[in-house]
Ligand binder design. Structure first.
Ligand code: ZN
Length: 610
């Protein structure tokens, strides 16, 4: 019996996935693939590395490629770079960057220099333009074919300014993010050879096989699985396993990771390495610097919170697909990478837990569902904020996001969600859009389609789009299928514009024993409207007015609900007729749930004149 049920379940899941594909980026969806093999020699005295990289690159696109691009992220950490200049010109710079890049000396700057590059054995010409390497191919790469790129490169690790770097304020020797020449992503929108200015990433899905040769005293943390724990030790060995480090001053750490779009590592001789197991989930690895009792006490408490967060995420948003996850003291803010995060190690326990939980949620929104962060930052930071608030729980866990949205609207510096992450005029407007409005996109969608459809949709979204690059159409199509409602208008207004929502109660009047309540749409963005009426006998009922272009209505179960005819968006007002005298009404309120992002709530409540 069990088998039959399981089979039915499988078929149901399979057909669901198929039907979603048929609607979203369609069966025309494709993505490139990259298989990296790297051998790295790290010089911990000069803070430089030299590397050999073999990249097997699969062109799964329908187009022939005659050029390719690589990111050279470390080049951003040089005086006069685009990142430096942008940081000095923007009116609200990230204080962690400020003018610090402009003051870096020759030994402190970062660089990545490509010494040699071949395609299928043929030498290529290439040009370094800031943080991008422009490469002209020796022979075009046809659709459904591959090319093998072999590269020799050198790099200097910058003093840590942001995310990546060495010798940061917390004393971590190496936080190695964005550290290797990385193929830019090519997708249905073409090349994404974006210079590194401040934020957000987009990478090619694939596999990494990385060998790092480094001074024996260093403990490493990295994306993926260590292949030679018996030669390394340092807490990677299984219980009782005998460790035999090879002779010599150096050790070669060999990591592999499959089905990821980036590879991060960090190294310090003072790392403590501890593990914890998520029941039915990944093994957690924690790396933090020893020698500080206060820090140690906090990091000892971190595993329990991390386990709990993984369990809640698995339960509500889809199952984390890898077998390991590393929480690494990187010494600067918090940043997500596949199967790992680099976070600040010090500060309050609350702060440490908050950052860890936020970054691990990126395993869902960025690590596994890899939206192009530059173009859809709100789909990873915002969905992350939503999931984090959701698993934290409480009455209305999203209140903070709404407040920050209202503040930016009031300052009149809001830009549409669809703005490229680097191109916002204000950092604060970017931060609000990505983290807060992206969260509201989902929280408010729950108001529009119902929470049940929303949460089912979030799981379907994960299962359908894991290990891929979805966009805003893809999430909307899933939510449409899950709710049975048409939602293109929601995306068009909320993502593409800065039109705001404002509904008000214009007047309440009595005629022939009935009450007429006139509502008005003041803001440009239309929404379905919920009006809760309270009566003098203490009872309450909800009056629900769907938006006509939704082509349906959500299911409401919480409160006695009266469904009214649709409100088409062109009409500025709408009159509700209630079969009771105005004298029996004590209060009329639009959206007491406060999940509609109504920018002026002062006109949402009215009491009939007695
Ligand atoms: Zn984040």
């Amino acid at each position: 019996m069990k088998k039959i049920i399981a089979l039915h379940f499988l078929i149901a899941c399979f057909s669901t996935v198929q039907s979603f594909h048929a609607f979203a980026q369609k069966d025309t969806y494709w993505q490139q693939r990259a298989e990296y093999t790297m051998e790295i020699d790290m010089d911990v005295k000069k803070h430089q590395l030299s590397g050999k990289q073999t990249l097997v690159y699969y062109n799964n696109s329908p187009e022939t490629l005659d050029q390719v691009f690589y990111h050279l992220y470390f080049n951003a950490f040089q005086p006069g770079s685009m990142m430096d200049t942008r940081s000095r010109l923007i009116s609200d710079p990230d204080p962690r960057v400020g003018d610090r890049i402009s003051k870096l000396g020759p030994e402190e700057i970062g660089y990545q220099r490509v010494k040699k590059l071949t395609q299928n054995g043929v030498a290529l010409s290439f040009k370094e333009v800031g943080t991008i390497l422009e490469v002209t191919l020796a022979q075009p790469i046809a659709p459904d074919s591959k090319a093998v790129f072999e590269m020799e490169f050198e790099a200097q690790v910058p003093v840590q300014i942001r995310r990546s770097g060495r010798n940061n304020a917390e004393g971590v020797d190496y936080s190695m993010a964005q550290w290797y020449p990385k193929m830019c992503e090519y997708d249905y929108q073409g090349w994404h050879a974006n210079p590194y200015i401040g934020r957000e990433f987009h990478g090619v899905w694939g596999d990494f096989d990385v060998k790092i040769n480094i001074d024996k005293s260093y403990v490493l943390a990295a994306t993926g699985y260590l292949q030679n724990p018996q030669e390394i030790g340092y807490g990677y060995e299984d219980a009782g396993q005998k460790v035999k480090q090879p002779k010599g001053k150096q050790l070669t750490w060999h990591f592999k990771a499959e089905n990821v779009h980036d590879f991060v590592w960090a190294a310090d001789p003072d790392y403590i390495h501890e593990t914890a197991q998520v029941p039915n989930g990944p093994l957690l690895r924690f790396f933090y610097l020893k020698g500080n009792e206060e820090r140690t006490a906090k990091w000892k408490q971190l595993p329990q919170y991390t386990i709990e967060a993984f369990q809640k995420m698995n339960e509500n948003f889809g199952v984390y697909p890898y077998e390991v996850y590393s929480v690494i003291q990187g010494g600067d803010g918090g940043m997500e990478y596949p199967m790992a995060t680099l976070i600040l190690g010090d500060g309050s326990l609350n702060g440490l837990v908050g950052v860890t939980v936020h970054e691990l949620i990126h395993s869902w929104y960025q690590g596994v569902i890899a939206t192009n962060e530059s173009l859809y930052a709100w789909m990873d930071e915002g969905f992350n904020t939503f999931a984090g608030s959701y698993i934290r729980g409480g009455e209305n866990p999203f209140t903070g996001a709404y407040k920050s949205y209202f503040r930016i609207v009031e300052r009149k510096i809001e830009e549409p969600l669809r703005t490229h992450a680097d191109h916002f005029e204000y950092n604060s407007a970017y931060g609000m859009a990505a983290y807060s409005k992206g969260c509201i996109f989902l929280a408010q969608l729950g108001y529009v389609i119902g929470d049940e459809a929303l949460m089912k949709g979030m799981k379907t979204y994960f299962d359908t789009w894991k290990f891929k690059h979805p966009n805003d159409n893809d999430i909307i199509r899933i939510m449409e299928k899950e709710s049975g409602l048409e939602l293109d208008w929601y995306k068009e207004y909320f993502v593409n514009t800065t039109y705001t929502i404002d509904y008000g109660i214009k007047e309440i009047k009595e005629a022939a024993g009935k009450t007429q309540i006139t509502l008005e749409r003041i803001g440009r963005m239309p929404m379905p409207v919920e009006v809760v009426i309270s009566y003098s006998d203490g009872s309450q009922e909800m009056h629900y007015i769907p938006l006509e272009i939704m082509r349906g209505e959500k299911k409401i179960q919480k409160m006695k609900t009266i469904l009214h005819t649709d409100w088409a968006w062109v009409y500025p007002s709408y009159t509700l007729t209630i079969d009771k005298p105005a004298a029996s009404i004590t209060k009329v309120e639009i959206d007491p749930s406060e999940r509609m992002a109504d920018i002026d709530r002062s006109n949402n409540v009215l009491t009939p004149e007695k």
